[in-house]
Design a protein around this ligand. Structure first.
Ligand code: SAM
Length: 290
């Protein structure tokens, strides 16, 4: 199992390859092997799995993954980082490096457009922080195929994902993600574990995609719209948010909200998933669309 976290390895490769850290790609590389190992251990690998890694960088996680998974597909946007990784792990027959933008690549066909099949499919990433939300949603888009997703995120994002309804950290993103997956904060990681040192601390989360949603809804699309709509204007009442988002008059919105057992003067951030589900069904039954 290779440890590709040492500051010496990182500095040497920067010198040799012409690589430089790009802030816009969220390039803060992990330089503590114990943390990298703990992240990979959180995937509970048996050696049979195919693991999709987003943003392998110089391979802090990838080295461990190659020794512990059946197959590793690593998607890296940075050509220089991919070159360093290819050279460092050239002996690993189970590694495939895909030089692409993970926000644009068809992730599902990367996993399934191949002849071999694996016991389970899992994903892992020390996420580039500037694209955390869209990447999480992309991974959740392929959730029926993934049994586990382990992610390093900014600590603030971890707190948001674990936040209870009504709290200051609860957001539309929290509700959307929790509808699709169980979210568990595993451990904190100090900003000093990275090179270069970022401005904030991090935390590792496990998202376990749900086989069935925690609340049943007639339309998952309407559920997603309803969550977005309810948080669309944070200081406004639910009636105002929904009438403006769905372009219906305030009276119609209020009647539908009441029919879902909720006060039109409530605020979106106080609603839990069951509330959003009743609201989504009420608007769906009334034939309302965005
Ligand atoms: N996994 C490495 C580690 O733990 O040291 C690097 C993590 S660094 C926080 C994020 C990595 O994601 C960088 O290598 C960066 O180039 C890559 N990256 C950024 N945006 C990406 C994208 N859209 N698609 C694929 N990789 C991306």
């Amino acid at each position: 199992m290779k440890d590709l976290t040492s500051p010496f390895y990182i500095s040497e490769n920067i010198r040799k390859s012409g690589f430089f850290f790009k802030k816009n790609l969220g390039q803060n590389f992990l330089k503590e092997s114990s943390v990298a190992r703990k992240i990979v251990d959180s995937l509970d690998l048996t050696g049979e799995e195919c693991v999709l890694e987003i943003g392998p960088g110089f391979g802090a996680l990838t080295g461990f993954l190659c020794g512990m998974a059946g197959k590793v597909i690593a998607v890296e946007i940075d050509h220089f980082a991919a070159g360093v990784l290819r050279e460092a792990l050239e002996d690993e027959a189970n590694l495939e490096i895909v030089e692409q933008d993970a926000l644009k690549t068809d992730l599902l066909s990367l996993l399934y457009g191949r002849e071999e099949s694996y016991g389970a499919y899992k994903a892992v990433s020390n996420l580039p922080y500037n694209i955390t939300s869209p990447l999480i949603m992309r991974l959740l888009d392929i959730r029926p195929r993934l049994s586990s997703i382990v992610l390093m995120v900014q600590r603030e994002v971890a707190d948001r994902l674990a936040a209870p309804a009504g709290g200051k950290d609860y957001s539309s993103f929290t509700a959307q993600v929790r509808f699709l997956a169980e979210c568990e904060k595993l451990f904190d990681v100090s900003k000093n574990s990275f090179m270069p040192v970022p401005g904030v601390d991090s935390a590792v989360m496990r998202l376990t995609p749900r086989e069935t949603p925690p609340v049943s809804v007639k339309s998952e699309t309407m559920m997603a719209e309803m969550i977005k709509a309810s948080f669309s204007m944070r200081r406004k009442t639910l009636a105002n948010c929904l009438s403006s988002y769905f372009r219906v008059d305030r009276g119609t919105a209020s009647d539908l909200i009441v029919s879902a057992g909720i006060a039109p003067s409530a605020r979106g951030e106080t609603l839990d998933l069951a509330d959003f589900a009743r609201l989504a069904d009420a608007f769906h039954d009334a034939g309302i669309k965005r």
